[in-house]
Design a binder for this molecule. Structure first.
Ligand code: ADP
Ligand code: 5GP
Length: 209
């Protein structure tokens, strides 16, 4: 990976040292929205760690790009043989980051970005604390918060991806994630996504500095 100063147009010309960036925050808070912008603006700088999931694809999601969509039995078997750096059950589905997902991004010379839930972050943080760091370099943990839970619910409903049951599960998880993420010391940076433009500028400031 290059450690040269950013050559991109705009204000972010200061040098930055690539390191894994771990994005987290409640489902529906806007992580994918912000990351889409980032990958569009910096296609050569950042690469997405494509997770595995047992969740069914949403309309428009592409296997191998958004996720590796797999059956539960396959995922459980692959977890048991140590294919994943971390994995967790979220809202009735299993999600996990494979070693391969990270290696693929690093091999392309880009800085890797993960989008994972609180449980996954806690696993990575425990690995770090015990000296079993499995990512290359100390990660930067960034929590994307919604302005409030009512707005989060509105966004999740507006996205049109959830049924009543999965919406309730995600909102339930969101409350726990918010309590954790907003507690001082849980992550390196908290960005409140009340306005996408503003949140995106803040995200760039955090990860390019
Ligand atoms: P996540 O990846 O965190 O689950 P998404 O990026 O899918 O969240 O965003 C959830 C929904 O909220 C999407 O429909 C998206 O367009 C919308 N959204 C994202 N950011 C904002 C914002 N700042 N204001 C209003 N709606 C937003
Ligand atoms: P979604 O189903 O909305 O795509 O994702 C649900 C939640 O799973 C989000 O909080 C997302 O960050 C998280 N997630 C996605 N991939 C992974 C992963 O590989 N590991 C973990 N622990 N969580 C993940």
């Amino acid at each position: 990976m290059s450690t040269e100063p950013c050559q991109c147009a705009g204000k972010e010309q200061a040098a930055f040292t690539p390191r894994p960036i771990v994005m987290c925050g409640p489902s529906g808070t806007g992580k994918s929205t912000l990351l889409k912008r980032l990958f569009a603006e910096y296609p050569d700088k950042f690469g997405f760690s494509v997770s595995h999931t047992t969740r069914k694809p949403r309309p428009g999601e592409v296997n191998g790009k958004d996720y590796h969509f797999v059956e539960r039995e396959v995922m459980l078997q692959e977890i048991s043989v140590g294919k994943f750096i971390e994995s967790a059950e979220f809202s009735g589905n299993i999600y996990g980051t494979s070693y391969r997902a990270i290696e693929d991004v690093l091999a392309s010379g880009k800085n890797v970005i993960l989008d994972i839930d609180m449980q996954g972050v806690l696993i990575l943080q425990r690995q770090l604390a015990s000296g079993e760091q499995k990512l290359s370099g100390k990660p930067l943990f960034v929590f994307i918060a919604p302005p409030n839970v009512q707005e989060l619910e509105k966004r999740l409903k507006g996205r049109g991806t959830e049924n009543e049951e999965s919406l309730a599960k995600r909102l339930d998880a969101a409350k726990r994630e918010l309590e954790w993420g907003l507690k001082p010391g849980s992550v390196d940076a908290v960005i409140v996504n009340d306005d996408v433009e503003k949140a995106y500028v803040e995200l760039k400031t955090v990860i390019l500095s």
